[in-house]
Design a binder for this molecule. Structure first.
Ligand SMILES: [Zn+2]
Length: 196
């Protein structure tokens, strides 16, 4: 694999492989070639979503953890069905952003439909630095919600949940006057029937 392969305007293939989840500069990482060639490529939906975020923050989006082998995933405590193993997830950070800041941005980009076609699962990572956000495009894993742990701390999360639970608009209800008229008519009819 050519680690210098350009996937998008700002992402190269090598950025998605970080064997020890260590180091911020992908060019300084060392890749055991045997391991790397056995790993899947990152999903197109994933680097497309990351490029969208990159375009908005106008700063480097650092992939702290991208594609993982099963052993690597287990060693960092990843779930057994983690999207990292299929190249469908990345833990990202941006300098100057907390994970809440980044989560807030993800919500906003989702609400304006920009990230909606790609995002399948996301949560805020509660590590020591609290700067990373998991971005997953692994649609094949059924989940209750796109929004995982930590998102409840984002200011826009309430808006998001309010919008998704708002019932569809109902047809306009008759004005009170009409209702009164209808009930009056009924009353009159019943009165008439009873009288006859
Ligand atoms: Zn992750």
């Amino acid at each position: 694999m050519d680690m210098n392969e350009k996937l998008t305007a700002n992402f190269r293939l090598g950025e998605f492989y970080n064997p020890g989840d260590k180091g911020t500069t992908w060019r300084s990482r060392t890749w055991p070639q045997k391991v790397i060639t056995a790993l899947p490529r990152p999903a197109k939906e994933l680097y497309t979503a990351l490029q969208i975020i990159r375009d908005v923050v106008k700063k480097a989006v650092i992939v702290g953890s991208g594609v993982r082998s099963e052993a690597h995933n287990a060693s960092v405590g990843g779930s057994s069905n983690s999207g990292h193993m299929s190249g469908a997830a990345a833990d990202i950070s941006v300098q100057g952003y907390t994970n809440i800041d980044l989560g807030e941005l993800v919500i906003k980009l989702f609400l304006v439909d920009v990230l909606k076609p790609y995002l399948a699962y996301t949560y805020l990572i509660e590590g020591n630095t609290r700067t990373r956000v998991h971005i997953g495009v692994d649609v094949e894993v059924p989940r209750n919600s796109i929004w995982g742990p930590g998102y409840a701390n984002c200011p826009s999360y309430k808006l998001l949940t309010a919008l998704s639970s708002t019932p569809a608009p109902q047809p306009a209800t008759p004005a009170n006057d009409n209702e009164t008229t209808i009930s009056l008519h009924r009353t009159i009819r019943f009165t008439h029937i009873n009288a006859s």
